[in-house]
Design a protein around this ligand. Structure first.
Ligand code: AP5
Length: 221
């Protein structure tokens, strides 16, 4: 399964996509592409992309498809993606999924699986309220479920932990609505393409990782 894993992770905000994507990246030795992370870096660096994206991210809306597709197409060309990729947060609309299919087709490759991580809204809200991210290395922790040894300090690199602006309650409510209106239809899209795998995303991180690996099985070859 290591060589050629090409997987899309789907799920509502806070489902644990980033957490599982980072584990899969290590397991399979492929690149992890988080569109949210790329956009947040651009916002922090005040690049033209970041200036455009920030107005959407701050209210929990989706950044326009054209901007996102070009960004992902460029990232997929980088060397560390040659042996495969885990897409976390992309695609998020049907046009994005169709563009991804076209990009991969041009390269003569295809997705192995689209894995949906199912988590109810009450769990999502709890996870997002306590999420802390390292400003330096991007490692994820949670105030209650996986607290750092020292408050505000990343266990992995000693960097500063911060709370994302879009994890505020009112923005989370909008992100959940956007997910159900614009992204949930992708489940049917990938079901029809014979690629959809679904797992229960409630439980300990390690247990969920075992479910993810079992669901992917030989699919990611
Ligand atoms: P993005 O960054 O992609 O956010 P998201 O999809 O809303 O997902 P999250 O990062 O919030 O959650 P996650 O599922 O990765 O959960 P995590 O592992 O962190 O997008 C942000 C914004 O960017 C969008 O709103 C949009 O504006 C824009 N954007 C991005 N992509 C776009 C696209 N393709 N098109 C258009 N716009 C786009 O886990 C959450 C917390 O829970 C963490 O604290 C973690 O430690 C904890 N946790 C994880 N698993 C468990 C567990 N099993 N038990 C207990 N705690 C857990």
């Amino acid at each position: 399964m290591a060589a050629g894993a090409r997987v899309v992770l789907l799920g509502p905000p806070g489902a644990g996509k980033g957490t599982q994507a980072k584990l899969l990246q290590d397991t399979f030795g492929v690149c992890q592409i988080s569109t949210g992370d790329i956009l947040r870096k651009a916002v922090a660096e005040k690049t033209p992309l970041g200036q455009e994206a920030s107005q959407y991210i701050s209210r929990g809306a989706l950044v326009p498809d054209g901007v996102i597709v070009n960004m992902v197409a460029a990232r997929l060309k980088e060397k560390d993606c040659e042996s495969g990729f885990i897409l976390d947060g992309f695609p998020r609309t049907i046009p994005q999924a169709e563009s991804l299919d076209a990009i991969l087709q041009r390269e003569g490759i295809a997705l192995n699986a689209a894995l949906s991580v199912r988590v109810p809204n009450d769990v999502v809200i709890e996870r997002l309220a306590g999420r802390r991210t390292c400003r330096n290395c991007g490692a994820l922790s949670h105030r209650v479920f996986s607290p750092p040894k020292k408050t505000g300090v990343c266990d992995r690199c000693g960097g500063e932990l911060f709370q994302r602006d879009d994890d505020r309650e009112e923005t989370v409510a909008n992100r959940l609505k956007v997910y159900s209106d614009q992204t949930a239809p992708l489940l049917e899209y990938y079901r029809q393409h014979g690629l959809l795998k679904e797992i229960d995303g409630v439980g300990a991180v390690g247990d969920i990782n075992a479910r993810v690996l079992a669901a992917l099985g030989g699919a990611a070859k």
